[in-house]
Design a protein around this ligand. Structure first.
Ligand SMILES: Cc1cc2nc3c(=O)[nH]c(=O)nc-3n(C[C@H](O)[C@H](O)[C@H](O)COP(=O)(O)OP(=O)(O)OC[C@H]3O[C@@H](n4cnc5c(N)ncnc54)[C@H](O)[C@@H]3O)c2cc1C
Length: 266
């Protein structure tokens, strides 16, 4: 089975307080903020590894981002994935979700015919949750998001999490599956896989490498959504420790709710 996982390099949540928004470009200022693999994408990788263990095959990582994102690709390889491709080009910069998913779809089509493409359900920074479904549409593939379990039984069967329950769906291949951060427990990276990274294919592609590309769909110029005004809201959080018996704590919570009723809280 040919499996791909699309991963996004995002600012480390530990540094969220230091992230600002550029007042002119309205984009996140990431200078000096370390990057990590988006959390849901780690769970997508874990689900891909489990599928590979069950069915055999290969796992290819794809990502679109700045050259520094190669570090996150190598981390994915160290988790046991087989090869990685980063599409990095000024032409793809400033992309909205439609331009991002188009570029990722063209990258996937250029490098192989995949049976299953995993993504995270949502990124920690843009957090639109658009990309998995858009990718499914560009690839003309079945797609499901909010997935918490995947198995191969006469096709690909996914379990989707809803607000009040779960549902199972059978997807024909090729398919795109958006995995949530609740799907599984991500395994520890073992030393053998870390040592193997240097022997694995890790390639940086530019727009010129992509087949059948419509360049007018790339980056900021190819993005139908562009950032408008952004406003930073001063978070004014207070942490109150509640102590006592369950009943005493319940009474204190009721009192706090009474005091804050009608007030805007953040
Ligand atoms: C604060 C903020 C708000 C934004 N709001 C919007 C908006 O309303 N509309 C809009 O069109 N754009 C918006 N953008 C831009 C958007 O974040 C980018 O287009 C981004 O590349 C993809 O969107 P996302 O992170 O929301 O993806 P999501 O759809 O939330 O990501 C889901 C999954 O798709 C995959 N994925 C997403 N991006 C990449 C990538 N670059 N490489 C590999 N895999 C990827 C990952 O597996 C990820 O877990 C916003 C950006 C920011 C910083």
């Amino acid at each position: 089975m040919k499996i791909a996982v699309s991963i996004k390099s995002v600012p480390d949540p530990e540094y969220y307080e230091k992230i600002t928004i550029d007042p002119v470009s309205k984009r996140l200022v990431r200078d000096g903020i370390p990057a990590v693999i988006n959390e849901a994408d780690l769970h997508a990788i874990e689900e891909a590894l489990r599928l590979k263990e069950a069915c055999g095959g290969t796992i290819t990582i794809v990502s679109m981002g700045p050259p520094a994102a190669i570090k996150q690709l190598k981390e994915a390889l160290a988790m046991g994935c087989d090869e990685a491709y980063l599409i990095s080009d000024r032409k793809v910069g400033g992309a909205d979700t439609l331009a991002t998913s188009y570029t990722l779809a063209k990258t996937l089509e250029t490098i192989g015919n995949f049976d299953v493409v995993f993504t995270g359900s949502e990124s920690a920074d843009g957090a639109t949750a658009h990309v998995p479904s858009q990718l499914g549409v560009w690839l003309k593939a079945a797609h499901a998001t909010n997935v918490v379990h995947v198995s191969a039984e006469d096709g690909i069967v996914v379990t989707k999490q809803f607000e009040n329950g779960r549902g199972r769906y059978r997807l024909s291949t090729p398919c795109v599956i958006g995995v949530t951060a609740k799907a599984n427990e991500v395994r520890f990276t073992n030393v053998r896989d870390i040592m193997e990274v240097k022997n694995k294919k890790c390639v940086v592609l530019s727009a010129a490498d992509l087949k059948d590309l419509d360049e007018s769909r790339l980056g900021l110029p190819g993005s139908p959504s562009q950032n408008g005004e952004v406003e930073a809201i001063e978070a004014n959080k207070e942490c109150i420790m509640l102590e006592g018996s369950e009943n005493e704590i319940a009474e204190k919570i009721a009192e706090i709710l009474k005091q804050t009723a009608g007030k805007e809280t953040l």
